[in-house]
Ligand binder design. Structure first.
Ligand code: C2O
Ligand code: CU
Length: 669
């Protein structure tokens, strides 16, 4: 069974336990209240109607309480089974259950059983009118323990630490004590005191969380310089602003001007969309040759939120990385910023704004970057095909309708597929076998011809596909749209119709595609081993309550930076406890996939800059820290990044003078 199925079953079992025990407690309380109000009723007044509840009905209710308690106990057994099976998938999926939720619910269940069973049985047999106060305290305690287990799973998440565990435990004990006091008729001071105390504990916990989260501006910077527990930067520490490309860097100059602006764009269908663009939708393709010195002057005409350009997947010097609030200030209307970097690596990349990017990229602030090898590519026809969705309209390449291009039979074609959306997309090539020659800009080794497989591309990812044009032509389509397709072929060719793209089972798996080389990661000095556990939990985001996307239980900017020293070999284990896919993207580095869910990568060395961690999956990737800077590391579902799933990869000794907020309104996500 998959980890996400087990997570779901475990949650269902936990909810069933809580439901059954809450039901039992409520029913028992009702029984007790009816009989005690009957007993308490003064003699000179008519007894309440409930005293007339016939004994058979009361006995039946007591049996029902016993049955519900038993159902809850079965739920506990089911939880235990799920947790045992889940633990095989990794500690991250079970930690809070093993150390807290399960022991608590088992203890509460056993104690409740021992304490309440005699009283409940007596009530069921009719030898006493109702369960006693102690029985009720036991039932309420068990129900509270079951609820605390759910809170630990969904609200606290991984890792569950001592303080929240103690708070939850305290609340469980308090609710049991409270129930005992109430039903023993000792209301008064005890009850008030207990209620006041528990409210205080809760308010204090929530208040502290809020205070911490409200301290947003500058908080990211504080995690990598100046925080009390962070080692001080060594003397001679360096700022990201020093990590830039000198203007006189050798190389043939490839200069571009991009102006970010609001634009009404009329698409091929005739439909007009309001977009934010770098001059066109998509932005101009920047096509350069290895060895060039790329220089891009960004101007902002009228994007009030500010813009930047981040070179997605391209390992530029840190100061050119284009992250507002980390490597530069957002470029406000009327301002400009010049990026410069050597085109060292070849391949297919893209660029986009990194200031409020969830909004900016969706609206169109993106384009593609292609770096050709000095010798060119072998294919005669070389097309870059980004896929983007804007306001519900799917744009493939630059068109929202079917496009046909003439390509002579026998010609070789390269399609550079780029997913600029927030969710994974599946592409489909019909009409000819193809080979996947590159992933995320890096050539694959020994790719073999593929037919009948879908190409799943993570949000932000790229695949380069190469094929030889058959006489009947080929068609490229995606699961995003049946109208925006691309057909290529000789004039008059009857290109295969666009087939629906859906079958998930037919995805090409790059983990065993191509030929292994045995090539090892260059030996680094010192290893850093770290784990990122992805989840969704209620948190405060900039002082506001939100259902945040968390890394190790925290949201940006409170997720501690991953600190490395230049030369370290870094191994990242990423586990997804949530229900959504998280395309994790590391700036400034490509990572090599070691394994996914324990299955090692056995094909071509697989270097990615965005790897798609699906629900319940565990990925292990590694890279060498060879590009000093302060880098973002985040989910490329940019909405998730905006809601917390973002952190920094910080080199020791490198600092950033920029901050969140401030006069430029910097927002790194
Ligand atoms: Cu493509 Cu941090 O982004
Ligand atoms: Cu995500």
């Amino acid at each position: 069974m998959t980890a996400s199925l087990l997570l779901a079953l475990d949650l269902v079992a936990a909810i069933a336990t809580a439901g059954a025990w809450i039901g039992a407690a409520v029913l028992a309380a009702g029984l007790r209240a009816r009989t005690s109000s009957a007993a308490d009723a003064p003699n000179d007044r008519p007894a309440p109607a409930s005293i007339h509840t016939p004994p058979t009905i009361r006995r039946r209710s007591a049996w029902l309480v016993i049955a519900l308690s038993g159902i809850g106990a079965l739920g506990v057994l089911a939880q235990g089974l799920c947790v045992a099976l889940l633990s095989a998938h990794g500690w991250w999926f079970v930690q809070e259950k093993v150390v807290f939720a399960l022991p608590l619910v088992v203890l509460a269940g056993v104690a409740g059983g021992i304490l309440a069973t005699p009283g409940l049985l007596a009530a069921a047999r009719g030898s006493r009118p109702a369960p006693g106060a102690r029985d009720l305290a036991a039932l309420v305690g068990a129900a509270a323990a079951a609820v605390a287990g759910i809170v630990a799973r969904l609200v606290v998440g991984y890792p569950l630490e001592l303080v929240p565990a103690l708070v939850l435990l305290g609340l469980v004990l308090l609710s049991a004590a409270l129930a005992g006091a109430i039903f023993a008729g000792r209301r008064g001071r005890v009850v008030t005191g207990l209620v006041a105390f528990s409210v205080l504990v809760l308010v204090a916990a929530i208040g502290l969380a809020w205070l911490g989260s409200a301290a947003l501006p500058g908080a990211l910077a504080a995690t990598h310089h100046g925080a009390a527990d962070a080692p001080a930067p060594p003397p001679g520490g360096i700022s990201v602003t020093d990590l830039r490309t000198p203007a006189d860097q050798p190389g043939r100059l490839a200069a571009f001007d991009l102006t970010a602006e609001q634009q009404q764009v009329t698409l091929a269908s005739g439909r007009t969309v309001s977009a934010w663009t770098y001059g066109s939708l998509p932005g101009p393709e920047l096509r350069v040759t290895q060895g060039d010195l790329v220089e891009v002057r960004l101007h902002n005409a009228d994007i009030d939120e500010g813009v930047t350009i981040h070179w997605h997947g391209y390992d530029v010097p840190a100061g050119e990385d284009g992250v507002a609030g980390v490597t530069q200030d957002a470029v406000l209307p009327g301002d400009s910023f010049t990026y410069r970097f050597p085109a060292t690596d070849t391949g297919t990349y893209w660029y986009h704004t990194h200031q409020v990017s969830a909004d900016g990229v969706r609206r169109g602030l993106f384009g593609t970057l292609v770096v050709l090898p000095k010798t060119g590519v072998p294919e005669a026809v070389d097309l870059t095909v980004p896929l983007h969705t804007l306001g519900g309209v799917v744009i493939l390449g630059d068109s929202d309708v079917a496009v046909a291009r003439t390509v002579a039979a026998g010609e070789s074609v390269r399609l550079r597929l780029v997913n600029t959306d927030r969710v994974p997309r599946r592409f489909r090539v019909d009409g000819a076998p193809f080979t996947v020659v590159a992933a995320d800009g890096r050539d694959l080794v020994g790719p073999t011809p593929v037919t009948g497989k879908l190409l799943r591309i993570a949000a932000g990812g790229r695949l380069d596909v190469s094929l030889t044009m058959p006489g009947a032509g080929v068609r490229l389509s995606s699961n995003a749209s049946t109208t925006a397709t691309l057909s290529l072929g000789p004039a008059g060719a009857k290109v295969p119709a666009a087939a629906p793209v859906e079958a998930a089972s037919g995805d090409l798996d790059l983990l065993d595609y191509g030929t292994p080389t045995g090539e090892e990661l260059p030996a680094g000095e010192g290893r850093v081993d770290t784990t990122m556990v992805l989840d969704r939990n209620p948190r405060f985001l900039a002082g506001r309550p939100a259902y945040g996307y968390t890394v190790n239980g925290q949201v940006f900017p409170h997720i501690p930076s991953l600190e490395v020293s230049e030369g370290n070999t870094v191994r990242l284990t990423v586990a997804n406890r949530g229900l959504e896919t998280h395309p994790m993207h590391v700036h400034g580095h490509r990572v090599r996939v070691v394994s996914r869910d324990g299955t090692p990568s056995t094909g071509s060395p697989l270097w990615l800059d965005t790897f798609d961690v699906q629900p319940g999956e565990v990925w292990v990737v590694e890279f060498v820290a060879d590009n000093p800077g302060v880098w973002m590391d985040h989910c490329h579902n940019l909405d998730h990044a905006a809601e917390g799933m973002m952190m920094a990869l910080a080199y020791r000794g490198v600092t950033s003078p920029f901050e969140q907020g401030g006069p430029h309104g910097n927002r790194s996500e």
